[in-house]
Design a protein around this ligand. Structure first.
Ligand SMILES: [Zn+2]
Length: 233
């Protein structure tokens, strides 16, 4: 049975790989197992291709990206731009969590310019609760994912505070680039935004700020900021 160390959950196919992919590559290069879950395919984001055609392409690209990274892939298939916030979605995500049993979950920060991202964030918070709840009975065992992190994403900047700094390596960046390049969106063939350049330079910037070559940063839930210590020294 597959057991993930890290599960990254994104609103649209590509979100998990672009915003948390360097951290996932770092986990893979450290011998850890990773999984990716896309709530929608992001099929309405192409200026010329029909949503149906683009959904097929995004599906293939997501599969290729997961294979390149060596990740277990889940696609839940909700509609792009219409991701609901309800118990069906939360329980479907809880099922994924119970299936791959991650210790760490990464998802979107709370505030975003994209409503699907903010809704994904809120669905994931409750899904973690459902996945751990013994009285929520499914054909899978309950599982509590102990650590939750919110990835740094250009669309989810409002109120984002980089609280956790993860040092990453050149090898992590290279594996992540090969993964991201599986998407035509990130190769610059869909919209005019230099995704890979942006996130590579962001990793260098975060590295400079933290006295290491490269780093990626995460925000954490408010409760995770509070720490019990036995001494201030
Ligand atoms: Zn997105």
């Amino acid at each position: 049975m597959f057991k993930a160390d890290v599960l990254s959950i994104g609103a649209h196919a590509g979100d998990a790989e672009i915003a948390s992919g360097i951290a996932l590559a770092n986990a893979v290069n450290s011998g850890k197992k990773v999984a990716i879950c896309h709530l929608t395919l992001g099929e309405k984001g192409h200026p010329n291709m029909s949503p149906q055609k683009y959904a097929e392409l995004k599906h293939e690209e997501a599969a290729a990206a997961a294979e390149t990274l060596g990740a277990q892939l889940y696609i839940l298939g909700y509609l792009d731009g219409e991701l609901p916030e309800n118990d069906d979605v939360k329980k479907a995500i809880a099922d994924v969590i119970r299936d791959c049993k991650p210790d760490v979950i990464i998802t979107h920060h709370a505030k975003s310019i994209h409503k699907d991202h903010a809704i994904c964030h809120r669905n994931v918070l409750d899904a973690i609760f459902y996945a751990a709840l013994k009285s929520f009975v499914t054909d899978r065992e309950p599982h509590f994912a102990r650590h939750l992190y919110f990835a740094e994403n250009w669309e989810d900047k409002e109120g984002f505070i980089p609280e956790i700094i993860l040092e990453v390596t050149n090898a992590d960046i290279e594996l992540w680039k090969r993964t991201a390049q599986c998407y035509s969106l990130f190769r610059g063939e869909v919209v005019n935004f230099p995704y890979i350049e942006y996130y590579e330079k962001l990793a260098r910037l975060r590295g400079i700020e933290n006295y290491v070559p490269y780093a990626v940063t995460f925000a954490v839930p408010p409760a995770a900021r509070k720490r019990r210590v036995t001494s201030l020294l």
